[in-house]
Design a protein around this ligand. Structure first.
Ligand code: AMP
Length: 462
C-alpha cells in the first residue's frame, strides 16, 4: 500500500532531529558475530578428526610413559621473552601481550616448552625419577599473518622429556612423533634432522657463518640483513629464493660440531637407521627459537606434490632449565600442530573417529510413560547400553520413524499400560516381533538380544 502523505509535510523534506544523548546513555557497540581474524570455531562436523587425533596422541603418550600436564594459557611475558629469545619472530612480532588490571605484564602462550619448564622448576619435578616425561595439549597464540594452515590461535600436542642426555631419548622422541602421524594414517612423511651444536661449538660456528653471510650481505633479503646482527642461524631457514641460494653454500653446523655433539648426532642417526625411520639430514633446519641445542628435527608431509608442510618439530634444549634458574637438566621435546595434522588427514582421506551408534531406541506413549522414560533411559545408560530417543515427539508413529532412520535393532515401547504393569514392549525392528518384558529383566534381555559382547560400551576409551 502506498504511504499516505500528511498534508502538512507533503512536498517538504523531513529532517528528523536526533534526540540528544542523555548524560548517562552509552553508545552501544554492535556485537560482531565473527571470530577474530585467524581464529576458528571447531564445529561438530570436524570433531571426529579432532577426536581421532586426541585418542591417538593420548594413547601414544601413555604407551611411551608420558604423564599429562595442563598449564595456564597465560604466563608472565618475561618467561617467553627470556626463553624463546629476543630477535625471534615469536617474541618480536607474534606474542599477544597485555597488562592485567593488577599491572602484571603477561602473554598468551606462543608455545608450550617455556611453561612446561617453568612448571618443572616450580613444582620441584627434579626429584622425580628421570626421565620425567610430560605430555600436554591445548591452544597456542601467535599474531601472524593468517593463511591456510597458519592461524592466530592454533592447537598443539606437546611431548617433553627431562633429565636424560643420551641420544637414545632423541631417537625415541622422533619415533613417537613418527608413530603419531603414521597411526593417524599419514604415511608419506619425512623426518628432517640436524644438529646445531652446543653453546661452545656453536659460538665458533656462528662466527664462521657470520663471516660468510657478511660477504654475501647484498644478496640477502631485507629481513635477513637485520637477522645478520641478531640471529644469523635463522638466515639458513629463510624461504626467500635469494637467501636460499646464499644458504646453499654456507658452512654447515654439522661440520663444525665439538666431539661431544658430533658423537651425540652420529649415535642418534644410528638409532634412526636401526628404527628404519625415513629421515634426511637438513643442514638448514635451525628452528626459530633460541633455546635449542644439539638435535633439532621436524616432521614434513605432503611430499608427493612437492609442497612441504611442517606438521611438527622440536629438539633438545639442554641449557634452558638452568638458564631459567633450575638445576642443570638436559631436556628434549617436540610439538605437533593439530590443525596442520587434520588438514593432512583430510587430504590423504585418513580415517576419522566413528562414535558408536545406538542399537536401541526408547519410545514412549502418554504422559505417565513420558515421565518414566527419562529414568529408564538413564538406567540403560548406567548399564552401558547406548540408547537413542526422541522424547520431544508425542506420536508413536513419528518416534518409530526416527528409530527406523537410525537403523536400530530394538525399539523399547513404554505406554500407559506397560508403565502401570512394570513392563516394556521390546520390538525387534528386523522381524517386527514384539515381546513384553518385565522392567527388572530388561537390561539382561537387551544384552542377550544384542549378544552381550556386541553391546556398545561407550565409556570404553580404547
Ligand atoms: P613450531 O614450534 O613453531 O615449529 O610449531 C610446531 C608446529 O605447530 C608446526 O610444525 C605446525 O604444525 C604448527 N604451527 C605452528 N605455527 C602455527 C600456526 N600459526 N598455525 C597453525 N599451526 C601452526
Amino acid at each position: 500500500m502506498p504511504k499516505l502523505k500528511n498534508k502538512k509535510t507533503a512536498g517538504k523534506k523531513i529532517v528528523k532531529k536526533k534526540a540528544p544523548l542523555a548524560k548517562t546513555e552509552k553508545i552501544v557497540e554492535p556485537i560482531i558475530l565473527q571470530t577474530l581474524r585467524g581464529m576458528k570455531d571447531i564445529l561438530p562436523a570436524d570433531q571426529p578428526y579432532w577426536e581421532q587425533l586426541r585418542r591417538v596422541t593420548e594413547r601414544l603418550a601413555r604407551d611411551y610413559g608420558f604423564s599429562r600436564i595442563d598449564l595456564p594459557v597465560v604466563e608472565y611475558s618475561n618467561l617467553f621473552i627470556r626463553s624463546i629469545g629476543e630477535g625471534t619472530d615469536i617474541v618480536d612480532k607474534e606474542m599477544y601481550n597485555f597488562v592485567t588490571r593488577g599491572g602484571d605484564k603477561v602473554s598468551l602462550r606462543p608455545e608450550f616448552t617455556a611453561g612446561i619448564c617453568r612448571s618443572y622448576i616450580q613444582n620441584g619435578m627434579n626429584v622425580l625419577a628421570k626421565p620425567v616425561k610430560l605430555f600436554s595439549t591445548g591452544s597456542v597464540y601467535r599474531y601472524d599473518r593468517p593463511q591456510e594452515g597458519r592461524y592466530r590461535e592454533h592447537h598443539q600436542v606437546n611431548y617433553d622429556a627431562f633429565g636424560e642426555q643420551d641420544p637414545i631419548l632423541d631417537a625415541q622422541m622422533i619415533q613417537v612423533a613418527h608413530r603419531v602421524v603414521q597411526s593417524l594414517g599419514i604415511k608419506s612423511v619425512q623426518i628432517q634432522v640436524n644438529s646445531i651444536g652446543c653453546p661452545v661449538c656453536r659460538k665458533d660456528y656462528i662466527e664462521l657463518l657470520t663471516n660468510y653471510l657478511e660477504s654475501k650481505r647484498n644478496k640477502l633479503c631485507q629481513n635477513c640483513k637485520k637477522r645478520l646482527e641478531i640471529s644469523p642461524l635463522r638466515i639458513l631457514d629463510c624461504k626467500e629464493d635469494k637467501c636460499s641460494q646464499v644458504a646453499a653454500n654456507a658452512p654447515q653446523s654439522i661440520d663444525h660440531l665439538c666431539e661431544d655433539c658430533r658423537v651425540h648426532f652420529k649415535t642418534l642417526l644410528e638409532y634412526l637407521d636401526e628404527l628404519d625411520l625415513p629421515y634426511i639430514i637438513n643442514p638448514h633446519l635451525v628452528r626459530g627459537l633460541d633455546y635449542y641445542t644439539k638435535t633439532v628435527f621436524e616432521i614434513w608431509s605432503g611430499l608427493e606434490e612437492g609442497r612441504k608442510n611442517s606438521l611438527g618439530g622440536g629438539g633438545r634444549y639442554d641449557k634452558l632449565i638452568k638458564m631459567m634458574g633450575g638445576e642443570d637438566t638436559p631436556a628434549i621435546g617436540f610439538a605437533l600442530g593439530m590443525e596442520r595434522i587434520i588438514l593432512e588427514m583430510k587430504r590423504v582421506q585418513a580415517k576419522s573417529y566413528k562414535p558408536p551408534k545406538p542399537r536401541v531406541f526408547l519410545a514412549q506413549l502418554g504422559n505417565l510413560a513420558k515421565k518414566k522414560s527419562l529414568k529408564l533411559f538413564s538406567e540403560l545408560e548406567k548399564n552401558a547400553i547406548l540408547v537413542a530417543e526422541s522424547f520431544g515427539r508425542g506420536s508413536l508413529k513419528s518416534q518409530l520413524k526416527v528409530a527406523n532412520r537410525l537403523g536400530v535393532e530394538l525399539t523399547l515401547i513404554l505406554g500407559q499400560k506397560e508403565t502401570l504393569d512394570g513392563t516394556v514392549i521390546v520390538k525387534n525392528m528386523t522381524t517386527g516381533v514384539q515381546e513384553t518384558v518385565s522392567m527388572d529383566k530388561l537390561v539382561d534381555h537387551i544384552k542377550k538380544k544384542l549378544k552381550t559382547d556386541n553391546v556398545v560400551i561407550y565409556h570404553n576409551h580404547n
